[in-house]
Design a binder for this molecule. Structure first.
Ligand SMILES: [Zn+2]
Length: 441
């Protein structure tokens, strides 16, 4: 279900946009040299990058570069599975079964969806296990044993069935009702659905996978709430969640809309980072909030989706004219068309990978700038950027970063932090600069 669900619930997944904040950078030879000579930004950046041992760096590069190929393989594998459903008319049979069970059209769509999602989940299971379990373990990025991991997958499956039905049933209703112009209102529906998922996520979705509790430690909580007040953010509490249940990755996020809006720190961030590093991370997250990235993201993703749906409409009609009868699909209003829709739409999102990445990467960079100004901890920011380099290649080429990065690379972020520090030498922190981040085991 890997890619497929990602495409169908793209709106739901734009939440990650607000995940993984970053913070501040450090520098190389600050004290004596900086006092007299001009601050050398690129030397400072390289000194931070050198904090990660070569072997660890090679591993991170291999992990991230492997991910480029997975974009291709995910697309090809899921497209092949969808083609099987069409070619052997399994999709038509699932629709026939749904029609035998009930005569209510909306219910037929829902029943088809459940069958479809479960079948696709089973077919793509080997790929999911490789990608999500074995590969993550191979790179030391997953803490879970198979049982709890599988438990999370099953919860994800149940969630996909429910949320998918909430989306697919009205979507097919629109297609039947509006005919040729369905794609415009379909995109609007996707935006509404996305906002809906965003609202309920902190309260009903995230707690399914992790335990959230109020952060009690005043030494961390008070400075964060102070920064929130200074930046006009109406948060009263800060939450902590057990991300270490899944991995050692450092992250934080602001999630929810309006009343469900909350700041959450993961326990890895709290356990592995200094207060300055936590502050700069929160400065980044607050940037997402103040800059209204959730709303802007909805609009930009909405535009991409509208274009995607127009492409989908065209692609489906073209394909059905040639193969529709052989696959026993009656037309675009027939729910059995879903595997074909998945192929066309995942092809669209495969092609537009750089566009979607650039939308989020640009906002992430804006949040970095905001965080630097809010927290004023460039050295701590650079250290956090290095931690994120455990699972994101630190120093890619420019084209590589443009195409594949949904967040700026470590080099880009540290460079921004050092550039900021060059103008604010009084914020230099020797403690952060000298801090060892990756103790040799
Ligand atoms: Zn972010």
């Amino acid at each position: 279900m890997i890619r497929l669900f990602r495409v169908l619930a793209l709106l739901a997944t734009f939440g990650p946009l607000l995940t993984l904040a970053q913070t501040q950078p450090p520098m190389a030879s600050p004290s004596t040299a900086a006092a007299t000579a001009p601050f050398d930004i690129s030397a400072a950046v390289n000194a931070y990058l050198a904090k990660m041992p070569a072997a660890r760096r090679a591993q991170s590069d291999a992990y991230f570069e492997g991910g480029y190929w997975l974009i291709l393989w995910d697309f090809l594998v899921s497209a092949f599975m969808m083609w099987l459903l069409l070619h052997f008319r399994w999709s038509a049979k699932m629709r026939n079964l749904a029609e035998r069970i009930t005569r209510f059209r909306l219910l037929q769509t829902a029943i088809y969806w459940v069958q479809f999602f479960v079948v696709v989940g089973v077919l793509t299971f080997p790929m999911s296990v490789y990608e999500g379990y074995f590969r993550e373990h191979k790179y030391g990025l997953l803490n879970q044993t198979f049982g709890p991991w599988m438990g999370d997958q099953l919860k994800g499956l149940a969630l996909g069935i429910i949320l998918g039905a909430i989306l697919i049933v009205p979507l097919f209703g629109l297609v039947r009702w509006l005919g040729k112009t369905w794609w415009v209102w379909g995109a609007v529906l996707m935006i509404v659905f996305s906002a809906f998922v965003g609202v309920i996520a902190p309260v009903y979705i995230e707690p399914l996978f992790n335990r959230f509790k109020l952060l009690e430690d005043a030494r961390i909580k008070d400075p964060i709430l102070s920064m929130a007040r200074a930046n006009g953010i109406p948060a009263k509490d800060v939450y902590e969640f057990d991300a270490s249940r899944q991995s050692n990755r450092v992250s934080a996020h602001v999630s929810g809309f309006a009343n469900t809006m909350r700041i959450s720190l993961n326990d890895n961030l709290i356990n592995r980072c200094t207060l300055a590093e936590i502050q700069t991370t929160m400065g980044h997250e607050m940037g997402h909030y103040v800059l209204n990235h959730e709303y802007k993201g909805l609009v930009m993703v909405g535009v991409v989706i509208a274009i995607g749906f127009a492409f989908l409409n065209w692609g489906i009609n073209l394909t059905l004219a040639r193969w529709g009868a052989a696959w026993e699909i009656r037309g675009i209003t027939d729910v059995a068309v879903l595997p074909l829709a998945a192929i066309v739409l995942s092809f669209f999102f495969f092609l537009t990978t750089p566009v979607n990445n650039t939308i989020t990467r640009t906002m992430e960079f804006e949040a970095d700038m905001y965080g630097l100004n809010a927290a004023r901890q460039p050295d701590a920011e650079a250290n956090v950027d290095m931690f994120l380099g455990e699972y994101r290649k630190l120093d890619p080429g420019a084209v590589e970063e443009f195409v594949f990065y949904d967040h700026p690379s470590g080099r880009t972020r540290i460079t921004a932090a050092m550039r900021w520090k060059a103008e604010h030498p009084e914020t230099t922190s020797l403690e952060e600069m000298n801090r060892e981040l990756f103790p040799q085991k």
